[in-house]
Design a protein around this ligand. Structure first.
Ligand code: GN1
Ligand code: MG
Length: 333
């Protein structure tokens, strides 16, 4: 591996041999290494997973475009900085190199204060990119968050699992938000696409968020889905791999903490779709997991063959709980 990493280092014109390298294993998609060079400088070397991101050049184009927009219009925001090769490319054999942003990340937040701060940070990110022209970004994963398309794919598959029927019955309700955007009632905007706790860096001293990271899914999308997906992950009682379904649910204190943080930074215009989008994106993920299970687990990484079915059941349970709490959640907005 060190030989490969040294080749990458040279391609990006970084002086000094590699002194240390640590694989960073939190991310589920790419291969990532933190590198320390003889010069004392630290970098992140990352090999893009091209089965998920089939057009890595477009991913880089989106990221660089977003970073330059933010540097110009929201200079206080911490952006990702990637290096170029001599030819001006951001990728060398699907490897990319970026500066380390100092801070720590967590799989899940530990308390309500952190959740509220996370809501603020993600709300601020959405607000910061809201003025950018989303048409200038490439759709790097086609159909990403096209809830209707995910349903079509699932419902074409043959299965007698009861989950199939549950999801089929939710199709119309879950596709409502998506429909509003696709019919042009609301504008698509620049979205982050993966607003979860592990995509935030917190400062070691102040314990405040310092940066929103993982911009691979930054593209044109539905801003309310960013909110919905974030609530789905921040306000759940347990992770999406929890097998004891009786523990799956929404925590209202966590929900309120996240939303109060978010709204303090990002007073949304399409506010009436915020709560429906939590349901939509949860059902969408259940559909994606079940589809992947039925297709032989080709998309999501698994550690055992039933895992995607378990995840689908977990998200279905969460969606049921969301419906029970819907009016309570609406009231908070
Ligand atoms: C994938 O690998 P990770 O956790 O960053 C997926 C998200 C899902 C998430 C669910 C590009 O993200 O849409 O919400 O799994 N990202 C992509 O665990 O498909
Ligand atoms: Mg990610």
């Amino acid at each position: 591996m060190i030989t490969v990493l040294n080749t990458v280092r040279k391609a990006f014109r970084l002086e000094g041999e590699i002194l240390e390298m640590h694989p960073l294993t939190d991310g589920g998609i790419h291969g990532t290494y933190q590198i320390r060079l003889k010069t004392g400088k630290n970098y992140i070397f990352q090999q893009v997973n091209t089965s998920v991101f089939q057009n890595p050049d477009a991913v880089m184009q989106n990221i660089v475009r977003t970073a330059s927009y933010l540097e110009k219009y929201v200079p206080e925001m911490q952006v990702l900085h990637f290096y170029q090769t001599e030819q001006g490319e951001y990728l060398f054999q699907n490897w990319r190199v970026m500066d380390v942003i100092h801070g720590y990340s967590m799989k899940t937040c530990e308390n309500l204060y952190q959740i509220q701060q996370a809501g603020k940070a993600f709300g601020a990110f959405q607000k910061a990119v809201s003025g950018m022209d989303s048409a200038g970004l490439v759709q790097t994963i086609s159909g990403f968050h096209d809830t209707k398309a995910y349903f079509q794919e699932l419902l074409h598959l043959k299965s007698s699992l009861p989950e199939m029927e549950i999801l089929r019955n939710w199709q119309e309700q879950a596709c409502f938000v998506c429909d509003c955007y696709q019919k042009g009632k609301l504008p698509f905007q620049v979205t982050h696409g993966d607003m979860k706790c592990s995509n935030l860096l917190f400062d070691r001293e102040t314990n405040q968020p310092v940066a929103v990271i993982d911009w691979d899914t930054v593209m044109s999308g539905m801003p309310v889905y960013d909110f919905g997906d974030a609530v789905r992950s921040f306000a759940s009682n347990v992770s999406s791999s929890e097998t004891d379904l009786s523990r799956v649910g929404i925590s209202m204190p966590k929900f309120e903490a996240f939303v109060s943080g978010w709204l303090s930074e990002c007073p949304q215009t399409d506010r009436n779709l915020l709560i429906p989008s939590v349901f939509s994106v949860t059902v969408e993920l259940a559909v994606r997991y079940l589809t992947d299970y039925l297709q032989g687990n080709i998309y999501f990484r698994i550690t055992h063959p039933e895992q995607n079915l378990i995840r689908a059941r977990n998200q279905i349970r969460l969606a049921q709980e969301l419906l029970k709490h819907q009016s309570e959640m609406e009231k908070f907005l």
